[in-house]
Design a binder for this molecule. Structure first.
Ligand code: ADP
Ligand code: F6P
Length: 326
């Protein structure tokens, strides 16, 4: 095994609060173990365009509390081609980068896996996405902050919903997964949760709203995951309005507000531990894996499992959300 002297680090895919804390942990841990660190800007794009910057301990001072990613991120479709990855490999060699830490979601791990397998580059992934949809970890960096942001927003919407007897359809992020929606729903006491993992019956939703109204509940909050199979919150609201024309309905799409802001303490902790453990793993000779946390223990999952296995929603929690809303 070639001795690792220089470690590269990049953030890829959608930014997530806590990515900066993870970069900081990678830099500080690598430095502690006598390695140099090269930051790659703009995700995989930076590998193609030679966007390299040296990082020292002082470069990551006061970054732990900042949202976004100071290395910047990107979606880089070109990286799906072997030609682009060969260019990346040439640039990596020119920079004398011996190993790489990729902070991102499942798409980023696909790219990282190919880079590792095609060129023998040691690579470790850190799950950084607000979606929490990665197999092999209980939580991804950014999820806790995103849920807290959504909860604060829904609490505010509740005031208006109550004051005006309105039903709000609140769309939260989560690409094809309902994790943000479910946690936001339970945490705000929403009346209903629509997620892609559970089939939604609009008639039943309307029956439920009518039942609630007979119980003198004059307002409501319906959380809709953006990947909901019935359609967006706007579409779901229109379907409900068609069946219940007397209802005052409103739609709020929380959007990218959920991706920003200072990371919560939970996200800073997760990012710090995983950033540290990613570097130690590389120095111990591990490669082709994602570092995650399961029951508070660090676990390593081969990339192909992390991006191909389905990350299941907790169906018990779905039931609890329903029971608590009655
Ligand atoms: P995330 O990492 O948050 O899931 P994306 O799905 O957008 O975000 O993936 C981030 C980047 O990872 C893509 O823009 C692309 O550069 C790279 N990537 C995604 N899928 C692949 C793939 N199949 N092969 C190589 N690179 C990929
Ligand atoms: O993966 C994170 C995420 O915020 C998803 O929840 C959302 O579907 C997607 O990224 C939005 O991506 P973009 O900002 O590129 O539109």
């Amino acid at each position: 095994m070639k001795k690792i002297k220089t470690i590269g680090v990049l953030t890829s895919g959608g930014d997530a609060p806590g990515m900066n804390a993870a970069i900081r942990a990678v830099v500080r841990t690598a430095t502690y173990h006598g390695c140099d660190v090269v930051g790659i800007q703009c995700g995989f794009t930076g590998l193609l365009q030679n966007l390299f910057i040296p990082l020292q301990n002082h470069s990551v001072a006061q970054k732990i509390s900042l949202g976004g990613t100071f290395l910047k991120s990107s979606r880089c479709p070109e990286f799906k081609t072997k030609k682009a990855r060969s260019t990346a490999w040439q640039n990596i060699q020119r920079q004398r980068i011996d190993a790489l830490v990729v902070i991102g979601g499942d798409g980023s791990f696909r790219g990282a896996d190919l880079l590792g397998k095609e060129f023998g580059l040691p690579v470790i992934g850190i799950p950084g996405t607000i979606d929490n949809d990665i197999f092999g970890t209980d939580y991804t960096i950014g999820f806790d902050t995103a849920v807290n942001t959504a909860v604060q927003a829904v609490d505010k919407l509740r005031d208006t919903a109550d004051s005006h007897n309105m039903v709000f359809f609140v769309e939260v992020m989560g690409r094809d997964a309902g994790f943000i929606a479910l946690n936001t729903s339970i945490s705000t006491g929403a009346e209903a949760t629509l997620i892609p993992e559970v089939q939604t019956d609009i008639d039943k939703l309307c029956e439920y709203l009518e039942l609630e109204r007979r119980k003198n509940k004059t307002s409501g909050i319906i959380i809709v995951a953006e990947g909901e199979e019935q359609g967006s919150a706007t579409v779901v609201a229109a379907k409900v309005k068609e069946k219940l024309p007397n209802y005052e309905t409103r739609v709020t799409i929380l959007g990218h507000i959920q991706r920003g802001g200072a990371p919560t303490a939970n996200d800073r902790m997760l990012a710090s531990i995983l950033g540290h453990d990613a570097v130690v793993a590389l120095l111990e000779g591990k490669t082709g894996m994602m570092v995650g946390t399961v029951n508070n223990q660090t676990v390593f999952t081969p990339f192909h499992e992390a991006y191909s296995r389905h990350c299941k929603i907790n169906k018990r929690w779905v039931n609890i959300a329903y029971i608590l809303s009655l």
